[in-house]
Design a protein around this ligand. Structure first.
Ligand code: ATP
Ligand code: MG
Length: 412
């Protein structure tokens, strides 16, 4: 069974809206075990949409369109579907009743005339209720093929698909011949090229199980995807490659799927019953923000200070003015004093100090934009790392907070 998705809308072609409907439907079809071979986007242009629908009918069994079902003249999907399969539109009383009810629920007694247009469907088509809007989902059987038209707004498309189309497809036996399962292994502390070198041979195992590398700022993810006949086989395929990845990447792995560096660090702090305090300069509180995004962080996070000015570094954290003058606010020495200063102030087990130049201005030949020092202090002593990040101000701040979390995890 081959499916394809056609999204309709000039707005999408112009880049004014992001095609989230196609992403959503693609994931859902994979979950249903239906092969998907094409994504196409067409503007609000009937001849081009009809031509696209005809091409889709020549190569796919299930064709799903999104958008263009509204009551206005630029909503051309239904008339184009009629053109492609050579059918006329017929008036459907049940839909008119639903639309009238929808307007009544909205507090409007009279249904606008334009809205009635949405009660017209291609002859012989099935329709599926739209619980949050006026355009129903439409399904046309065309020989052994089916064409499905869904409304454009995601908040309408999702319920129509889930409550109407999915049960229909299951009942009629579409899909289910295989399942797709994924698992993401998250790493930090290595750059893409290093991870690539370590897992290179695993990247071309295919076709049943594939491994992909996805890079975020300061983080490299490995996504395992497997296609199998059943859940058990899928789990076995994933476990096999996950074991191999864990053997090779060891402690660089901090979590899987929805786990984050901050949740992993928080989990480790809570498990070891250690407390944390943070003194930030260039990250402006971002590190404390990420740490406190984790529910339950009050167990281990005691306090954070954004000590931006030299004066604040001295008065709050006890960094000597002389030291700042001698080495500069962005220096190993100041980062270390910030870490011990906040540790002493908060009476925490661990203190972190972050100071750097986020740019775009403020860099010098010796201290360029992107230079960040991250220091840690605990009962065993202190350590400091010099980092050089590339990117805009936000990127540098984000990478600095990520590097601090990586360093924190390594000492808990
Ligand atoms: P309406 O009745 O609101 O006109 P419609 O079914 O005619 O609905 P469109 O006119 O094509 O749909 O799009 C309406 C809105 O739905 C768009 O402005 C956009 O916000 C959203 N939308 C449309 N297509 C997509 C898509 N592929 N991905 C995400 N959002 C979309
Ligand atoms: Mg519309």
């Amino acid at each position: 069974m081959r499916a394809e998705i056609i999204s309709v809308g000039t707005e999408i072609l112009l880049g004014h809206i992001v095609n989230t409907n196609t992403a959503y439907l693609s994931k859902k079809l994979a979950g249903l075990g239906i092969d998907l071979f094409y994504h196409t986007t067409v503007g609000d242009n009937p001849p081009r949409l009809i031509a696209t629908l005809k091409a889709a009918l020549s190569r796919s069994d299930i064709i799903i369109t999104t958008g263009g079902l509204g009551p206005t003249v630029d909503d051309i999907t239904l008339s184009s579907l009629c053109g492609a399969v050579d059918r006329g539109l017929v008036f459907e009383k049940g839909i008119e009743k639903d639309i009238a009810q929808y307007f009544k629920n909205q507090g409007l007694r009279k249904m606008p005339d334009d809205a009635k247009r949405q009660a017209l469907i291609p002859r012989g088509a099935l329709w599926f209720k739209n619980p949050v809007g006026t355009a129903p989902g439409i399904l046309i059987k065309h020989g052994r093929k089916i064409l499905i038209a869904l409304p454009g707004p995601p908040r309408e498309l999702v319920p129509v698909f889930e409550t109407g189309i999915v049960p229909y497809l299951s009942k009629k036996g579409y899909g289910g011949e295989w399942i797709i399962k994924t698992k993401t292994i998250r790493t930090a502390g290595l750059v893409e090229a290093e991870v690539n070198k370590i897992v290179k041979d695993l990247l071309s195992m295919g076709p049943a199980t594939t491994l992909g590398i996805y890079v975020h700022l300061g983080q490299v993810d490995l996504k395992i995807t497997t296609k199998a006949q059943d859940e058990k086989t899928a789990d076995r395929n994933i476990a096999k490659i996950e074991r191999e990845i864990r053997k090779r990447l060891k402690t660089y792995i901090f979590g899987v799927d929805h786990e984050t560096l901050e949740s992993a660090a928080g989990y480790a702090l809570a498990a070891k019953r250690k407390t944390l305090a943070i003194a930030e300069s260039c990250t402006g509180g971002l590190l404390a923000n990420r740490i406190t995004n984790i529910s339950g962080s009050s167990k281990y996070f005691l306090m954070g200070v954004v000590a931006y000015s030299n004066k604040a570094k001295t008065s709050f954290l006890g960094v000597p003015g002389k030291l700042i003058k001698k080495h500069g606010a962005v220096s190993k020495e100041v980062a270390l004093d910030m870490a011990t200063g906040i540790k002493n102030l908060a009476h925490s087990d661990i203190g972190i100090g972050v100071t750097g130049i986020a740019g775009p201005s403020g860099g010098t030949g010796k201290k360029p934009v992107g230079l960040v020092y991250i220091a840690l202090a605990d009962a065993r002593g202190t350590m400091v790392r010099e980092c050089h990040f590339i990117g805009n101000r936000q990127d540098i701040k984000h990478q600095a907070s990520t590097a601090a979390l990586v360093l924190l995890r390594s000492i808990i």
